[in-house]
Design a protein around this ligand. Structure first.
Ligand code: AP5
Length: 224
């Protein structure tokens, strides 16, 4: 199969992480999520984690130079040679240009930028009900994706908590950051001819089906 080099775009809470994990199972690709990588570094107390923390707590984007370095290093690891799913990167035009430069150097290019389209009311509802496990960040929802046992992760048994940045006032700010800094990437990828729009307001299974069909089409078009 041709290489699948994917970027997932969309507002906070659009369901990118949920679908990325399912896509990884379907296509056996490495999953690279900047949010997860940063939270891991915060937990470990690394220099990057210490620098990133205050931005994340406020719902601000972390400065480009810190993020770009982290992702470029990750893309140079051998497991990405078969492709990758990038979730949460790029989020600014500077990041998108850095990614294009790196891929060109590696003799590769993006297969698709998948845009998750969902109304803001849905985002607020999804994020206010999201719960994540403390051990591995597995994802649940109090209404749409309940764990088998209340407040415990089905997969590793650890406690479920609400992310600090899922508080309403922080979510509002994350959405402002999305609109001003990340939304311009829609046009950026549209101009490159690789933007694929997904109706992410539908059920998780329906979203998964639409992504699969869209990717099949993208791969077909790449080959003809
Ligand atoms: P990050 O962790 O990337 O957060 P985000 O993009 O805001 O995305 P989320 O994880 O909130 O949402 P998601 O779309 O993955 O939704 P999910 O699948 O969980 O970033 C956090 C912070 O890190 C940023 O604010 C920033 O500070 C920093 N950062 C990260 N990357 C950066 C970068 N490149 N540059 C600078 N700073 C960066 O779903 C949400 C909920 O909805 C879940 O509970 C789920 O169960 C439920 N759900 C999912 N799909 C459906 C559905 N179809 N129907 C109903 N419920 C659903």
């Amino acid at each position: 199969m041709a290489q699948l080099n994917l970027v997932l775009l969309g507002p906070p809470g659009a369901g990118k992480g949920t679908q990325a994990r399912r896509l990884c199972e379907d296509f056996n690709l490495p999953y690279i999520a900047t949010g997860d990588m940063l939270r891991e570094r915060v937990k470990e107390g690394t220099d990057l984690g210490l620098q990133a923390r205050s931005y994340m707590d406020r719902g601000d984007l972390v400065p480009d130079d810190l993020i770009i370095k982290m992702i470029i290093e990750r893309l140079q690891e051998p497991d990405t040679e078969i492709g990758f799913i990038l979730d949460g990167f790029p989020r600014t035009e500077v990041q998108a240009e850095a990614l294009d430069r790196e891929l060109t150097e590696l003799g590769r290019s993006l297969t698709a930028a998948i845009l998750f389209e969902v109304p803001e009311e849905d985002v607020m509802r999804r994020l206010s009900g999201r719960r994540v496990c403390v051990k591995n960040g597995h994802n649940y929802h109090v209404e749409f994706n309940k764990p088998k046992h209340e407040d415990r992760c089905d997969l590793d048994g650890s406690r479920l908590i609400q992310r600090d940045d899922d508080r309403e006032e922080v979510v509002k700010h994350r959405l402002e950051e999305y609109r001003s800094k990340t939304e311009p990437l829609i046009e950026y990828y549209e101009e490159q001819g690789i933007l694929r729009r997904i109706d992410a307001a539908r059920s998780s299974d329906q979203v998964r089906d639409q992504i699969r069909a869209t990717l099949a089409m993208a791969l077909f078009e790449e080959q003809v």
